[in-house]
Design a protein around this ligand. Structure first.
Ligand code: ADP
Ligand code: F6P
Length: 320
């Protein structure tokens, strides 16, 4: 394979630039032409395709976001739109594609591969860590550390005022950001979509903790686990203690990737290009037990849910 391309799609994540850099430099090292596609699938169907060189990715490893830009492109689910993408690649003589993104992005990759015979390697890169076939996605670790910074700051003020705080974090339908940040930040309660919770029990436990002399409690809420204002109102009513709500929002999606995400990006990007060089079948790349793995797009959907129940229990044992 002589000519390949790379794109980033879906929500941006810290480490996307490091991933593009790994793809570009590995391709150039293998004497392949490498093209960058702007704005994910939206740019691909419009033919927003530019040649990249080693300098294109200079000074990028530490930057958050994605210099290729990203987009959501709902119309990409239609086969005729996918055909336009395949034609754009063919017009540039591009034989293989590396897509960097989350669950939706990998679905698009499967379609391009299944319906148009394009070799597409998928790199999991999303703060949500919501892909079951891989232990980690690029961007998750940095996002959790950013949330941790917020928890530390909230702790200072809530402890000073004897308050209950509720912090909502992202993750779509996955509770991993809340769980890992909750454990690392010493939160008392972690509410995730994967595990049912009982607000009456939580309220009574908060009340009892005040009687024991504990003056501050932190609840971390995954966005997919309920409505932050309704939960805060309910707990405040039941306990008689005001609950201060913070929605951390998009701050957790930006910032310089940390070591874990940069190294993962390097390993994934390198592997993706090696697979294209060897003309291997399309697949998604992941990591299991610190080993790089490849999984067919069909098998991604079959991977069992990977929520860490033990860590969830630890969060609540240590938080009380
Ligand atoms: P992420 O990749 O982070 O999960 P999205 O869910 O927004 O983000 O998906 C990114 C893009 O992938 C979508 O905007 C769309 O272009 C494409 N995509 C998502 N779902 C599908 C699907 N079922 N079939 C084909 N393409 C899809
Ligand atoms: O998938 C990443 C993510 O940040 C989710 O955690 C969140 O639900 C969503 O994207 C937000 O999307 P947008 O930036 O389009 O509002």
């Amino acid at each position: 394979m002589d000519r390949i391309a790379v794109l980033t799609s879906g929500g941006d994540a810290p480490g996307m630039n490091a991933c593009i850099r790994a793809v570009v430099r590995t391709a150039l090292n293998s004497k392949m032409d490498i093209y960058g596609i702007e704005r994910g699938y939206a740019g691909l169907i419009k033919g927003e395709i530019n040649r990249l060189n080693t300098r294109s990715v200079s000074d990028m490893i530490h930057r958050g976001g994605t210099f290729l830009n990203t987009a959501r492109c709902p119309e990409f689910k239609e086969v005729e739109v996918q055909r336009q993408a395949a034609e754009a690649l063919s017009a540039y003589g591009i034989e293989g594609l590396v897509v960097i993104g989350g669950d939706g992005t990998l679905r698009g990759a499967k379609d391009l591969s299944d319906k148009f015979g394009i070799k597409v390697m998928g790199i999991p890169c999303t703060i949500d860590n919501d892909l079951n076939y891989t232990d980690y996605t690029v961007g998750f670790d940095t996002a959790v550390n950013t949330v941790l910074w917020a928890i530390n700051n909230l702790r200072d003020t809530f402890h000073s005022h004897d308050r209950v705080g509720l912090l909502e974090v992202m993750g779509r339908n996955c509770g991993d950001i809340a769980l890992y940040a909750g454990v690392a930040g010493g939160a008392e309660y972690v509410l995730v979509p994967e595990i049912p919770y009982d607000l009456d029990k939580i309220s009574s436990s908060i009340k009892k903790s005040y009687l024991r002399g504990k003056t501050s409690n932190m609840i971390i809420l995954a966005e997919g686990a309920g409505n932050r204002d309704e939960i805060a109102e309910y707990v405040a009513k039941k306990t008689g203690i005001s609950v201060k709500v913070t929605n951390f929002g998009h701050i957790q999606r930006g910032g310089s990737p940390n070591m874990a995400d940069r190294v993962l990006a390097a390993r994934f990007g390198y592997k993706a290009v090696e697979l294209l060089k060897e003309n291997q079948d399309s697949c998604a790349i992941g990591i299991k037990d610190n080993k790089i793995i490849t999984v067919s797009y069909d098998d991604i959907a079959k991977a069992p849910k990977k929520f860490d129940n033990e860590l969830y229990n630890i969060a609540h044992v240590l938080g009380l």
